[in-house]
Design a protein around this ligand. Structure first.
Ligand code: HXC
Ligand code: NAP
Length: 291
């Protein structure tokens, strides 16, 4: 387990970064580290009370400056207002972290059309709204460099049963990341994504593993390295991708999951269950087939 901060002090000095869903869970963890590295951070979500609480806590912990702005990312006008509030307060914006998401488990046939839309609207339309508003701004003012970082999941490319709206939306966000990496590079805008594996947070865990499902499906067992992620590990990667150290990384999705999705993917990965002592006998049986 490695929980130390990775980048050198001041790596994000005076950078202004907007983090959607920055008042809770992984968004808050990434915000904390951005602040520790010298950035100013704007946190947004629907719940102003939670944002205000997070702002005070983060400022006290890091000594940085946080602006809390209420915003439902599904609403383009509200997103534009976040951009304006950011410019009013800090005079510029350098990075956008599309982290806000909505998700819950359900057999797809139980979902109403509105339930499906709700997740798509938060994840895909929300990321699109922020990307479009901030991208247009950077292009209009000819800002030399800026960064978009999108939080997706590994099922953006594998798909996943029981979280179909989320998988559909995250796949769209990944396609947008890669498309704009090419189209907007000429404007100095880099687009990258992170695909986290299981990182315990209240928001995700209570909706994806409610009640005793947490005990029934121990996420650690799905991960080859035998544990879930530490928030600082994700924050280290996010800060790196936001910083100039990653200036040559564009259009990339970096998986941080201890090997989880590949464990599910490899045809013969189930052989993990074979005890070491059995391999002598198995080898003999295979070799004997030659004769
Ligand atoms: C079926 C449901 C439902 C459920 C809501 N709905 N919950 N349908 N099963 N469990 C339906 C409602 O009945 C309604 O449809 C529609 O969805 C919208 O519901 P609202 O409650 O009105 O929506 P809203 O208040 O906007 O809330 C959005 C939400 C909620 C997505 C439903 O869960 C939320 O606020 N989530 C934000 C935080 C979050 O989800 N974090 C987890 C991110 S984890 P009708 O037809 O009745 O109107 C993640 C990836 C993790 O993304 C990967 C792990 C490895
Ligand atoms: P979380 O705490 O529930 O984070 C979701 C955030 O999004 C909340 O702060 C929520 O705030 C905000 N949000 C939801 N709907 C919004 C809307 N319409 N407008 C604006 N903000 C909205 O869960 P988390 O685990 O930290 O998830 C963070 C990100 O990591 C998500 O993109 C998720 O898909 C991704 N992820 C998480 C895991 C994991 O294991 N935790 C794994 C893979 C990917 P409000 O409710 O106040 O609006």
């Amino acid at each position: 387990m490695y929980t130390k901060p990775m980048l050198k002090e001041g790596s994000l000095k005076d950078q202004v970064i907007v983090v959607t869903g920055g008042g809770s869970g992984l968004g808050k963890a990434m915000t904390t580290y951005f602040l520790e590295l010298g950035a100013h951070v704007v946190i947004t979500s629907r719940n102003m009370e939670r944002l205000e609480k997070a702002k005070l806590e983060l400022e006290e912990k890091t000594g940085g400056t946080v602006l809390a702005v209420q915003c439902d990312v599904r609403n383009y006008t509200e997103v534009e207002a976040v951009l304006q509030a950011t410019l009013d307060k800090f005079g510029k914006v350098d990075g956008l972290l599309n982290n806000a998401a909505g998700n819950f488990i359900s057999p797809t046939e139980r979902l109403s059309a509105n339930a499906f839309d709700t997740v798509i609207d938060i994840v895909l339309k929300g990321s699109k709204n922020c990307t479009l508003a901030f991208g247009k701004h950077w292009i209009n003012i000819k800002q030399p460099k800026s960064t978009i970082l999108n939080i997706v999941t590994t099922y953006a490319w594998t798909g996943s049963a029981y979280v179909v709206p989320s998988a559909t939306a995250k796949a769209g966000v990944l396609a947008m990341t890669r498309s704009l990496a090419v189209e907007w590079a000429k404007y100095g805008i880099r687009s990258n994504a992170i695909a986290p594996g299981p990182f315990p947070t209240e928001g995700a865990w209570d909706r994806l593993l409610p009640g005793n499902l947490k005990d029934k499906f121990d996420m650690k067992k799905k991960v080859p390295v035998g544990r879930v992620g530490e928030h600082q590990e994700l924050a280290n990667l996010a800060a790196y991708l936001m910083s100039d150290f990653s200036a040559y990384i564009n259009g990339e999705v970096i998986t941080i999951d201890g090997g989880e999705w590949l464990k599910g993917a490899g045809e013969f990965n189930m052989l993990e269950d074979i005890p070491k002592e059995m391999w002598d006998m198995l080898e003999m049986m295979i070799r004997s087939k030659k004769k």
